[in-house]
Design a protein around this ligand. Sequence first.
Ligand code: ADP
Length: 535
Amino acid sequence: MALAFDEYGRPFIILREQESKSRLRGLDAQKANIAAGVAVSRILRTSLGPKGMDKMLQSPDGDITITNDGATILEQMDVDNQIGKLMVELSRSQDYEIGDGTTGVVVMAGSLLEQAEKLLERGIHPIRVAEGFEISSRIAVDHLEKIADKFDFSATDIEPLVQTCMTTLSSKIVNRCKRSLAEIAVKSVMAVADLERKDVNLDLIKVEGKVGGKLEDTELIYGIIVDKDMSHPQMPKQIEDAKIAILTCPFEPPKPKTKHKVDIDTVEKFQTLRKQEQKYFDDMVQKCKDVGATLVICQWGFDDEANHLLMHRNLPAVRWVGGVELELIAIATGGRIVPRFQELTTDKLGKAGLVREKAFGTTKDRMLYIEHCANSKAVTVFIRGGNKMMIEETKRSIHDALCVARNLIRNNSIVYGGGAAEISCSIAVEAAADKYPGVEQYAIRAFADALDSVPMALAENSGLQPIETLSAVKAQQIKENNHCFGIDCNDTGTNDMREQNVFETLIGKQQQILLATQVVKMILKIDDVISPSDY
Ligand code: ADP
């Protein structure tokens, strides 16, 4: 595209390869963009809430994902419309910043776009709409601050945190085990949290999965696990107060290379060589013992003879451990990786309270648990499940729960879920609209309507009459001046979300509103779309 001027100095745009481009301008551009954004959000709408549906996505190479996590659905959908991609980004940023509420944010943005379209059709300029939305989002965010409740918990009383994580998990496939998974999530966050600085480093929580067993077998390990076993079946399965030598050098006698020549022509010579080799390895084992190692973890393999000798000399060993895992073990146990055998010294040994090998089922599948490590607070959530899809979805659900617990430690304000916060904001925004004399007033009212779309979607997905349910709850909130009423998705008989323990974090909800408004404003400001025509 180039800008040129005609003989009177008037500018005009030259589009290169004009015939192969299509161009939409003005209202057409906005409408096309809105339609694209709304289409993406409609897909997610049915996944919202505890009764939301799951989506099954198949990748080009046949891998199947079943999930109801907004960010994951959009990530795997391979959206190639540019506006659609903005919605994907929207969900991703919510995931990145907060970790939960990724479906809600897209549903909210979609309904803001639908409302914006109506306003544009009535002849209101997009900039006015954008400004109105901006004002409303600020009103809503401030209102959330006002209705937020403080949430008390301590290192000894984690029950409230568990309850909140359960709300997050209740809309996932893992719903069945939400209590135990929520407990695992909270305990692992507490294990790595710095409550004084209100900080949680989620990198210290590793989430691992292995196909097999039941979801109920999912466990929290105060340490790390490695998908390896002791090199010999008769080595001890449990080592307390382990001192670990972490080797990246070969743990066996050096093998003659092709450029060496060894002439063996008598039995004696062969036996001498063999003895020497044995002694060499014996010395290596002795050296490990001398520095005080009670376990050797090695990146390389060693042959059966060496293995037998290790068993005999009572020095348990693990072979073929990957580089990344070795590093992790070294960090967690406070040990140093030893690249040359001569460099092995006592101070380079890693320390762990307990190293144990655990077998699973009848498949002879064994894993190594390294627990109570010296240096690190690192913990591992070890997920079991019937198939890979289930494990992947559980990993995503646990991630959401971990993020919720982390957010609450960072900021312990909460608002009520089930659409209660949105309905309360909608009432506040609607009330504020009258104070604005200009055209923004319409946009502000539209924003209030858009806020209603979240509780409506929740009601719809739970098989309730959306409009009737919403208006009843809204009336109840106004009448009783209580912002805790939301949609009773699970048909528990009460729609007081405080009673049902359905909370969401204040920062999560605020972020949803801010991010959704931002994206919608961006889409509204595009009035020219130039693209290749085959697109
Ligand atoms: P997201 O990816 O946005 O977190 P979810 O599918 O997890 O989407 O749904 C979250 C929505 O469901 C929130 O609005 C939350 O308040 C609501 N919700 C969760 N559990 C319940 C429940 N038991 N009753 C009513 N609403 C609930």
